[in-house]
Write a protein that binds this ligand. Structure first.
Ligand SMILES: [Fe+2]
Length: 199
């Protein structure tokens, strides 16, 4: 039995496909793949806050959230949009919507002058979308866990203060922080529910 079947009691066709697809497209990018795997590993834990029916798509989204950086997929330089368009072409509309707006996608679209293009996709305001953002923004470029402010500082060091990625994270900071807090609160509530079983 695979680990996914043990954890979720069901086969994870979507996430299994997403893992294989992302690996094929991102593995050669080195750190980007290490980051992706770490985001997905984090998602496998964080999806505990979601209804069972949402867990597979959340892990799948974690695997493909940076697919827009892959060679042959990166077109505009705005990886949210490039990734979402690619996923739509593959018939993965839900994943496309999640990827389009993950983390600071909406602010980066504004800064890059690509906000209209991003409206090709529907922004999903959901706990599933928050879990994706939570896992991404709290995972560093090599896959190491990072707090939000440390992550933004790291992006600023690597990209520079004027880069759209840096600026969009700073613009989105209050919203991102509140989404992280919401997921953290739910994870803490689950931990306290489980704790009595361990005693
Ligand atoms: Fe990411």
């Amino acid at each position: 039995m695979r680990k996914s079947e043990v954890v979720y009691g069901a086969r994870m066709a979507g996430a299994e496909w997403a893992r294989a697809y992302a690996e094929a497209r991102l593995r050669t990018l080195g750190r980007r793949w290490a980051h992706t795997v770490a985001v997905a590993n984090r998602a496998e834990v964080a999806v505990a806050v979601l209804p069972e029916a949402e867990r597979d798509v959340a892990v799948a989204a974690a695997y493909v959230h940076d697919i827009g950086y892959a060679e042959g997929i990166a077109t505009t330089g705005f990886h949210h949009l490039d990734g979402a368009r690619h996923l739509r072409e593959l018939g993965e509309q839900r994943l496309a919507n999640l990827v389009a707006y993950h983390s600071a996608g909406c602010w980066e679209g504004q800064i890059r002058g690509l906000a209209d293009e991003l409206t090709e996709f529907d922004e999903e305001l959901s706990l599933t979308a928050d879990v994706l953002t939570y896992c991404d923004v709290l995972t560093g470029p090599s896959g190491q866990p990072m707090e939000l402010r440390a992550r933004i500082d790291d992006v600023e060091r690597r990209y520079g203060a004027d880069h759209p990625v840096t600026q969009s994270l700073k613009m989105g900071l209050p919203v991102l922080a509140s989404r992280i807090e919401g997921v953290d609160r739910r994870l803490a509530a689950l931990a306290s529910e489980i704790a009595p079983i361990r005693r």
